[in-house]
Design a protein around this ligand. Structure first.
Ligand code: SF4
Length: 342
């Protein structure tokens, strides 16, 4: 059956017309779904009983079950959701001064195979639909009785490998009739799917773009991130410059520091050479050690040295606050652990 959350408001109007209903009913349904966050059609009390029955025949309201929930002492909450087809996905909520940020998954598994990622080793199963992505937010808001203020596409999956569904999810998240989260509060992170960087630049979206860079030279980046064999650093930087020129927006480069791998002075120098003069920000991430992973966290001293070097060379760099270090906070850890236990 069709998931009613997979429809933008204009599409839902068309769907309703197809079953002989007035298009304006879509506004009422949207209000119940995204403002009230109901879990059944029966709760849509300003719709006639006949229409509610019709909707039940045509659509499902996708409501995730919580398989596992971990709460960190710093307020980070990590969920493993049962997405109703036997698969599970992870979603994380973090508390910042500027509000609650949700990190959503965009796929079940991932095709990209980044070596530092806990999702690696779990094969790609399928894309999430737009409604399934949106449901991550609704399920968390319902469970915690909160309003999410920021959304980052940094969970499991490569958002640009599921481009159309992610774009439609953003439309629903951003819509004043949907979740009404401003585009500037939505961030998409890619490992470097170059053609989609051009596409997003041409769409002139107000969302923030993050690039998972992690290495500044091709040899090391290819060893860590197979996507680099397809689109190397030069191609990636060319697309990033196009994006900046077109949108006049700053790009955030993610750089996960791994001990004795990409955290020494030479690495910092290469990174400066790559980014010098660009409208950008570097987000340094103390890597989360994953089970059996071959990467481990840099020392605090190295992380600070690395940041200071970039800042002294005119590249704005900050260190991401470590959240959820007492739970399985790295993407894919919870799902992977559960898979192994099974
Ligand atoms: S880091 Fe992101 S893109 Fe890379 S394998 Fe993990 S989920 Fe996929």
């Amino acid at each position: 059956m069709k998931n009613i959350k997979d429809y933008s408001i204009s599409e839902l109007k068309q769907e309703l017309e197809k079953i002989g209903e007035k298009p304006y009913r879509a506004d009422q349904i949207y209000k119940w779904l995204y403002k009230v966050n109901v879990t059944s059609f029966d709760e849509m009390t300003d719709l006639s009983l006949a229409l509610r029955e019709k909707l039940k025949q045509e659509f499902t309201i996708c409501n995730y079950n919580i398989l596992e929930k971990q709460v960190s002492s710093d307020g980070t909450v990590k969920y493993l959701f049962d997405i109703l087809d036997g698969n599970a996905i992870e979603t994380v909520v973090m508390e910042y001064k500027h509000g609650r940020t949700i990190c959503v998954s965009s796929q079940v598994g991932c095709r990209m195979g980044c070596k530092f990622c806990a999702s690696t080793g779990i094969s790609f199963i399928r894309n999430l639909s737009s409604g399934e992505i949106v449901e991550e937010i609704l399920a968390v808001e319902k469970d915690l009785d909160i309003k999410i203020s920021n959304v980052v596409f940094m969970g499991i999956g490569e958002p640009f490998d599921n481009f159309d569904n992610v774009m439609k999810a953003i439309e629903i998240i951003n819509s004043p009739k949907g979740l009404e989260i401003g585009a500037r509060h939505i961030s998409i992170s890619t490992c470097g799917v170059v053609p989609k960087i051009y596409e997003i630049a041409d769409r002139d979206m107000q969302c923030t773009l993050s690039i998972s860079l992690h290495q500044a030279n091709n040899e090391k980046r290819s060893a860590m991130m197979p996507i680099n064999n397809k689109y190397n650093i030069e191609e990636l930087m060319k697309a990033c410059r196009y994006y900046i020129e077109k949108t006049n927006k700053r790009i955030s480069f993610e750089y996960a520091l791994a001990k004795d791998n990409n955290d020494n002075e030479q690495d910092a120098k290469e990174l400066v050479n790559l980014l010098k003069g660009m409208l950008c920000h570097v987000n340094l991430i103390p890597i989360n050690k994953i089970q059996d992973g071959k990467f481990s966290k840099s020392t605090n001293e190295n992380i600070i040295k690395f940041r200071d070097y970039l800042n002294n060379q005119g590249i704005v760099a900050t260190i991401r606050r470590e959240l959820g270090s007492d739970i399985d906070a790295a993407c894919g850890q919870l799902r992977r652990k559960r898979g192994e236990e099974k």
